[in-house]
Design a protein around this ligand. Structure first.
Ligand code: FE2
Length: 278
């Protein structure tokens, strides 16, 4: 197995920045991420952008449509296309979410959480192994933010993720903001969640903003990373080390320089947290 990247900080590539990025010969970041569905099988400008950015830094592929927890058959052709692209751009990290988003062939355009049961664990682990066989590499599974839970669940989300890693031999994309959002919405402890995640399985982090809706937090990726998320990020770094971190910003997308600023802050926060670590 090739070694996992460390000590990298960057942001998700968004269409409103493509022209500026294509015109820049020195992007001030050390990694970037693109939504797989925005580039796989498309060629053209998204592929030109990836080729341009990856000449300066690694580009991670982040999927939103795999529906790894769903009941529909896995999208084998889509996974083969991701593998082809990942090989072409020498992509070190390929991820998607712990959720379902399709049913009966219909796309829900959402990331719905799963019941955390032994039955669901068996189902998802088998599909992750199948996906990894097609991808020819380990898949990073990301924790989603959620607004509902199931009475049928018999384990916590973090115990489910830890068990999934063992059964499927997969990796994790630990979304710090999603933990903050779900912890508030469901009333569990961020610290308990962090303590339950196996550090050696975490290969990438996400940082993003959310909005406070009073009764719940909403994971809208439309604002700067809040202090509460930075706080959990510092604890995450102290547990997991210098795992690559990506800033996600999808609504009210700011100027590119603002995204670069956020990824610079991630580097500063990481260095400060490591210096303070026991
Ligand atoms: Fe995320």
């Amino acid at each position: 197995m090739t070694s996992l990247p460390r000590g990298l900080h960057g942001f998700g590539l968004r269409t409103s920045h493509y022209d500026e990025l294509l015109g820049s010969s020195s992007i001030d970041a050390t990694c970037a991420e693109i939504i797989s569905e925005n580039v796989v099988g498309r060629g053209g400008r998204p592929l030109a952008l990836i080729e341009h950015v990856r000449s300066q830094m690694p580009v991670f592929l982040h999927g939103v449509s795999l529906s790894i927890g769903g009941m529909d058959p896995l999208a084998v052709d889509h996974l083969r296309a991701i593998r082809e692209l990942a090989d072409q751009i020498d992509c070190p990290l390929v991820s998607d979410h712990l959720c379902f988003g399709t049913h009966g062939g219909h796309f829900g355009h959402d990331l719905w959480p799963l019941p955390y049961t032994e039955e669901a664990l068996d189902h998802v682990a088998a599909r992750v192994r199948q996906a990894q066989d097609i991808l020819g590499r380990r898949l990073l599974i990301e924790n989603v933010s959620s607004y509902i839970s199931y009475r049928a669940s018999t384990m916590t989300e973090w115990d489910f993720l830890a068990a999934l890693c063992e059964r499927a031999d997969c990796l994790l994309l630990f979304d710090v903001n999603n933990v903050v959002v779900s912890a508030f919405n469901h009333g569990f402890s961020e610290d308990d969640y962090l303590a339950g995640i196996p550090a050696h399985r975490v290969a990438q982090l996400h940082l993003a903003g959310h909005s406070d809706q009073g009764t719940h937090l909403f994971d809208d990726h439309s604002s700067p990373v809040p202090e509460r998320v930075w706080n959990l990020y510092r604890k995450t770094v102290q547990k997991m080390g210098d795992v690559p971190a990506i800033i996600e910003w999808d609504g009210n997308v700011p100027e590119l320089e603002r995204l670069v600023d956020e990824s610079r802050r991630a580097r500063r926060e990481e260095q400060a947290a490591l210096a303070e670590a026991p």
